[in-house]
Design a protein around this ligand. Sequence first.
Ligand code: ZN
Length: 543
Amino acid sequence: MPLSHRRMPRLRLPSIRLLAVCALAPALVGAQSTSDPRLERLKSETARAIDARAKLAQQMVDQVFSFGELGMQEVETSKYLAAILERNGFTIVRGVAGIPTAWTARWGSGKPVIALGSDIDGIPQSNQRPGTASRAWLVPGAPGHGEGHNSGVPLNILAALSVKEIMTREKIPGTIMLWPGVAEEQLASKAFFVRAGVFKDVDANLFAHVDDEFRISWGDEPALAIISAIFKFKGQSAHAALAPWRGRSALDAVMNMANAWEFHREHMELTQRSHYVITDGGDQPNVVPSTAAIWFYFRERDPERVTKVFDDAKQLAKAAAMATFTTLDTVQVIGSAWRPHFNRPIAQAMHANVTRVGMPAWDEKDQQMARAVQRMMSRPDSGLRTGIPKLRSPEEAAAASAGLGSDDIGDVTWTVPSVTLYYPANISGTPGHNWANAIAMATPIAHKGVIAGAKVQAMTLLDLLLQPQLLVEAKDYFANVQTKSVKYYPLIAPSDQPAIWLNAEKMEKYRPAMRKLYYDPTRYDSYLQQLNVVYPAVQDAVP
Ligand SMILES: [Zn+2]
């Protein structure tokens, strides 16, 4: 449909600038996407095509759930997902940005280039029997999908395959690029993707992240910028009883640094968040530790402030070494992220599609599952959400947010116009990064949420392919509102390299036992069936 057939005139730049500071402005751009009959027809068609792939949705979600791989070790996950795309005519580039489990999958030709991304990594110790409202390990101690990152790339694949069919038949120009968020939990890949030029010809990026709501916001996300780094100290080993005076304990330096950080915390701005674990505390008590390491996450509102917090930590690390007659060996940056900022015109178009698709049709079993999990977590048993929140401004998103995390999609959002689609495939009231968050993720709750999310992703992809003006506005917002005064720079130094060794030992330890429980779709209709789970496996019923 030619542009002249549009119902309303497009907003020019000064109006967009004005809207950016007015939370109550009407969503003109998104509403306008309903004006093109051909686009409308193709959107309905893509929704039907996604419904027709419900079996594939279930298989992919269950399969990746059963892999349960941690960041940088998403070996089976990446092999499986990239193979599906390759079989469907996508060109795969593996080992992107020097990260073995990273890849891109491209199909189509020419402009525009639209990227679809989502995370793929799991959470330590969140291995859990799905569909079961009690703590039930499948492999004790093993990782699992205690956030729901098993669902996002399957969602993007459903969207991409259905839109690809339409593009082929209708001869619509453009390129679709799928990509996985590797090691999101360590914020360890996306700044490296940006540095490696993964998005250099990309016009817009649609990200997808699991949630319990169908929510879209624009502008600054209620999230913090982050730098994560491991501080390694070197001492001198000695017999801890016979000759302790000949030793210099690297663990003393680690503990000194942590202690100094706790004193320093009193004098930091209240907006910072920092936390640490000791990843090397020595081998055994009768050997003075000659090496020790402490891993910090530093979070603050913006890149400048988080850099200052990191600089403070480096100074305290040097002081801790000096005070213990040890040396600060290395400071290795593991991950980093900018606070995400979502593109307003694309968010408006996407939100219109969310409204059009609507919430998944939960049935009574899904609601029983959700209520049982909520009771188990001592939360109100309100069940799964059924309503859709309105498009949120930055202020509304902040008001609706329960806490402040970080997400390395931030760096991508400051590189190319981007929006994250939060799709409803999990249960509200779960603590996050927890085994309870895995319960729904290989059940009909996740399958239905992924199908609904895929429809929105596909429809927004069609919006971007068929409405050149939407991309013009998205780029206008990006250049003249979002990055007008804020210019992206990486928080990683040029010498920093991806921490591709992360989680290797943990996965080596658990993978053999987990492998025996990988989902076998040739033998079982669902992973629940393979595990003999009668859905929903809930212990109690509230009278
Ligand atoms: Zn996540």
